[in-house]
Design a protein around this ligand. Structure first.
Ligand SMILES: [Zn+2]
Length: 436
């Protein structure tokens, strides 16, 4: 117990020097992880690499296969079109020491991260291969480096650091490496459906070590507008689907503007960009001098935090109906709205919840200043934990979202080390425990 007292007096300092001592090993691990191209459907090698690492730390490792039949009836399931073949998730459990929990400790903890990465785009545009893991000026490069193999690595090395210090948690710590986050959350949903649970979850997405307890949602949609084909020389006798769509476009843009005027949330930096609406693809017509008789547009409709998904869908449908009611052709040929693929709800954990407070206090201990607290405008697995896993969850991790999904994606190694230190400290504060 002498050792415990000594460690407790300068826990932050001790964790800091332990993480620094592991720096080389941590960097090599992250580099190797980036060098395994874990594109959707091809995450197996990277997952086995993670599983081996977790076993080497003495964790009880489960490899969970995401199965279509097991997920298809779940309300949060979105079929992402990736074949359900060997879609493997890894969960490592650091069992609690079984000692009585101290009053300060709050319970078990999930550290979650996704292994899947988005495609590279044209590899010619990259300075190095997207799978190089090259290091320059303290930045590690490659697809997935920032989003979010850095966060996964920080999770794992936070645990390794504490083990090296002889720490034994008073409640279980679960390390989750999941697939399918980028395309709808199949992996985290699998862990929830299979009953893996804890008193809180931290997802170490690239938040630049900002504390993000709230996420907007995003719904993928398709709108079909019909017109009437005609030779362009007789245009007034045809109906242009492109020109008719313009009414719908304006109506939805106005709706987006109104929704941002009416909705207030101080956690969002830009009040006009909380639940953006994007028209992402458009296809219409087939000949320059034919009046186009069909237009198909696909996009993404943002869901405001706390807004039921159905209400968001309804808002868009009503805007389109209103636009159509002003036009005789559209009254008779209303635009067809359809929702498909990614349907991400919003999700939130109160900013003053125990897990958010623990992260904030731990961050403050390590950096001497409180973290920025903000909401994010993208969908993430946070919603699955809060809405379907009965688990408070927040995003907190290394890397800048501006560097994610980009050519020459990279992450600042100092920030990865800093994240590792805070995460290790968080475990000691949230789970409680002692040092041998
Ligand atoms: Zn991510």
């Amino acid at each position: 117990m002498k050792a415990k007292t000594a460690a407790a007096t300068d826990l932050v300092g001790n964790i800091g020097s332990r993480v620094d001592a592991l720096r080389r090993e941590l960097v090599v691990f992250l580099q190797k992880l980036v060098q395994l191209p874990s594109l959707p459907g091809y995450e197996q090698k990277a997952q086995y690499f993670v599983a081996d690492k977790l076993r080497s730390l003495g964790l009880a490792v489960d490899i969970l296969s995401s199965e279509f039949d097991e997920l298809k009836d779940h309300p949060a399931f979105c079929d992402d079109g990736v074949p359900f073949r060997e879609r493997l998730n890894v969960v490592g459990r650091w069992h609690s020491s079984g000692q009585r929990r101290t009053s300060k400790s709050s319970g078990s903890l999930i550290l979650n991260g996704h292994i899947d990465v988005v495609p590279t785009g044209s590899e010619d545009l990259w300075t190095d291969s997207p799978w190089s893991g090259a290091i320059r000026d303290g930045q590690l490069y490659g697809r997935g480096s920032c989003d979010m193999k850095a966060g996964l690595t920080a999770n794992i090395f936070a645990l390794q650091t504490l083990q090296a210090m002889g720490f034994r948690p008073a409640a279980d710590v679960l390390l989750e490496s999941v697939i399918g986050e980028e395309s709808g959350g199949v992996g985290t949903l699998t862990t929830i459906v299979k009953g893996f649970k804890a008193d809180a979850a931290i997802i170490s997405e690239p938040t630049r070590l900002h504390l993000c307890p709230v996420q907007s949602g995003a719904l993928t949609f398709r709108v079909k507008v019909t017109g009437r084909a005609m030779h362009a020389c007789m245009k007034p006798y045809g109906v242009s689907a492109i020109e008719k769509f313009y009414l719908g476009l304006e109506a939805v843009q106005e709706l987006e503007r109104q929704r941002h005027i009416e909705y207030k949330n101080p956690l969002y930096e830009d009040p006009n960009n909380i639940a953006p609406v994007n028209f992402g693809t458009i296809r219409a017509g087939e000949w320059p001098s034919t009046v186009p008789d069909e237009l198909l547009v696909e996009g993404r409709f943002g869901v405001l935090p706390g807004e039921p998904t159905e209400a968001a869908r309804q808002a868009m449908a009503v805007a389109l109906q209103r636009a159509a009611s002003t036009d005789p052709w559209l009254q008779e040929h209303p635009p067809q709205l359809e929702w498909f693929e990614g349907q991400f709800e919003s999700g939130a954990t109160p900013a003053d919840s125990p897990i958010a407070r623990t992260i904030s206090e731990s961050h403050t201990k390590v950096f001497g200043a409180a973290p920025v607290v903000q909401g994010v405008t993208y969908g993430s697995d946070l919603r699955l934990f809060t809405n379907h896993g009965d688990t408070p969850a927040v995003l907190y991790g290394p890397g800048n979202i501006f560097d994610a999904h980009t050519v020459n994606e990279h992450v600042d190694l100092e920030e990865v080390l800093a994240a590792t230190k805070v995460l290790a400290y968080i475990i000691t504060q949230w789970c409680g425990g002692d040092f041998n």
